[in-house]
Design a protein around this ligand. Structure first.
Ligand code: NAP
Ligand code: ZN
Length: 349
């Protein structure tokens, strides 16, 4: 079946309208009419070929929400009309230790929602900047938020789970001091989630103008990271720092803020490497530096249910498909509070 989409034919070209094919739903597939799709910074990295190996045409988008249009004969869990989400994963091997542990995100055979190999045309997956998607039921998430919030739920499918997973892994809760570096799409969700989990939250930003807004998101304190005095006031005090920055920067400036046994987890994935951290900043206080990639399917459902229960959604700016290129430019300037979400109805016609 042919559907309208928005994508690019080369890394140095803007995204434009195009048509793609979606497979007819197989026995275990769920066919979804996409209502909204968030714009993640990863979409920009991939479609502009900043990351290795982009296949063109490239249709990004892995913060997908919509309604079930049809289901295959063996699908029990979903019915036409259900509100559902698709995040960054549309397939995995289903039998390795990672899949058995519900950590499909770490399966060597994980198939991402775009730019991963598939038997479907054109040979690589195409994402949510499109009218429909067809996905195996295992990777379909149930949305329990009120329908009016649907557009603002979309970013939970990547920005939400990418911050929730490390916060849970490192046991964030009452009595813990947590830093969130970078108040963008991921960072603003990290602040909301760490606050809801009961931690003392400190937001780090390079933008003085985000100070007030960060407090409204749930931060207890805000530090402008360019200000050495403000940074020094938090030396050796954090249990966890969640670093969401999309560009290379000085990691040591944050490592020295961790207390003994503290951890900094990097989720930001810049196109070029950070300068190595000074190992003495790790050795001296048994600090650790870690990474984390999105989250498993069960954990993503847990995060969606946690957010529905606590009334948590993303702060979004809804855009038309023909505003995607302009939205990328504004995202690069940090000019979005805090996530662009595409109204996929604007792909019609
Ligand atoms: P975003 O909305 O653009 O936010 C990134 C934030 O980083 C900006 O708002 C800005 O915050 C800060 N920043 C940007 N450039 C900076 C610089 N040169 N120095 C210091 N701070 C800077 O991006 P996003 O969608 O949240 O994604 C962030 C990164 O995470 C991207 O690299 C993306 O690919 C990656 N990502 C990783 C995963 C994963 O599984 N690990 C999942 C999704 C995304 P302030 O204005 O507050 O300083
Ligand atoms: Zn993403």
């Amino acid at each position: 079946m042919l559907v309208n989409a928005y994508g690019a034919h080369a890394g140095d070209q803007p995204l434009q309208p195009l048509q793609i094919t979606r497979r007819a739903p197989g026995a275990h597939d769920v066919q979804i009419d996409i209502a909204f799709c968030g714009i993640c910074h990863s979409d920009l990295h991939q479609v502009r070929a900043e990351w290795y190996g982009t296949q063109f045409p490239c249709v990004p988008g892995h913060e997908i929400v919509g309604r079930v249009a049809a289901v295959g004969a063996h699908v029990d869990g979903f019915r036409p009309g259900d509100l559902v989400g698709i995040g960054c994963i549309v397939d995995s091997c289903k039998h390795c230790a990672d899949c058995d542990d519900g950590l499909e995100n770490y399966c060597d055979g994980m198939i991402g929602t775009y730019n991963f190999p598939t038997p479907d045309a054109p040979g690589w997956t195409l994402g949510g900047y499109s009218q429909q998607i067809v996905v195996h039921e295992r990777y379909v998430l149930r949305i329990r938020h009120p329908e009016e919030q649907l557009a603002a739920v979309a970013p939970l499918l990547c920005a939400g789970i990418t911050t929730y997973s490390p916060l849970r892994h490192w046991n964030v809760g009452p009595g813990k001091k947590v830093g969130v570096v970078g108040i963008g799409g991921l960072g603003h969700m990290g602040i909301k989630l760490a606050h809801a989990l009961g931690a003392h939250v400190v937001a780090f930003t390079t933008s003085d103008s985000k100070r007030e807004a960060a407090l409204q998101l749930g931060a207890d304190e805000v530090v402008v990271s360019r200000n050495a005095e403000e940074m020094a006031a938090h030396a050796k005090s954090f249990d966890l720092i969640l670093n969401t920055v999309a560009a290379p920067h000085d990691l040591d400036a944050f490592l020295v803020l961790l207390k003994r046994d503290g951890n900094m987890t990097l989720v930001g994935a810049p196109a070029t490497p950070h300068a190595s951290p000074n190992v003495f900043n790790l050795i001296m206080k048994r600090r650790t530096l870690a990474g984390s990639m999105i989250g498993g399917i069960a954990e993503t459902q847990e995060m969606l249910d946690f957010c529905a229960e606590h009334g948590i959604v993303s702060d979004i700016e809804l855009v038309r498909a023909d505003q995607i290129n302009e939205s990328y430019e504004r995202m690069l300037k940090g000019d979005v509070k805090y996530r662009f979400v595409i109204d996929n109805a604007t792909l019609a016609g």
